[in-house]
Design a protein around this ligand. Structure first.
Ligand code: MG
Length: 172
């Protein structure tokens, strides 16, 4: 049986993953409306990944005999000044998620819940990737500046991103 403290923290994390999903879906809608369909595609795949993250935690909590509590998802922003602004907001948000995962990891250690700690290992590595990807796109958008052709080409590239089910879900 899972401790009430860990259960609460996992439920908060499930909510945070759904909020992330909502944020990236909103970014996808925004860029779709702006005609940046490649960037929109990138964010819509990010939306699916975040939903999968929530599902991984849901399945895990259920497997431990815990109770999943789906809380209200707070509203997200609806517009961004530029692709650069959206990716900067993405990085800032992912840094917050990393801090949450780290706090959850510390709590699992404190509670001697090594199963939860082990489950979090994949998320620790995933957060490194999320931050690296956002930073990489920020760097490239800064290089692109206001060069329309370069931005068009980057948009074309991001249009090729496809969804891959995260490993912990695929394994279940
Ligand atoms: Mg996530």
């Amino acid at each position: 049986m899972i401790s009430p403290k860990i259960q609460d923290a996992l439920n908060a994390q499930i909510n945070a993953e759904f909020w992330s999903a909502y944020l990236y879906l909103s970014m996808g809608m925004h860029f779709e409306a702006e005609g940046r369909t490649g960037i929109a595609n990138w964010f819509r795949i990010q939306f699916k990944e975040e939903q999968a993250h929530a599902e991984i935690f849901i399945n895990y909590l259920l497997s431990r005999g815990g109770r999943v509590e789906l809380k209200a998802i707070e509203a997200v922003p609806t517009t961004w000044e530029s692709p650069l602004a959206a990716f900067e907001a993405t990085l800032e948000h992912e840094e917050k998620v990393t801090a949450m995962i780290n706090a959850l990891y510390a709590l699992a250690e404190q509670e001697h819940d090594y199963a939860t700690r082990g489950k979090l290992d994949w998320f620790v590595a995933e957060q490194v990737e999320e931050e690296e990807t956002a930073q990489n796109l920020i760097d490239r958008l800064k290089l692109v500046g206001d060069n329309g052709l370069a931005l068009f080409m980057l948009d074309q590239e991001l249009a090729t991103r496809v969804y891959n089910q995260p490993a912990p879900l695929a394994a279940e």
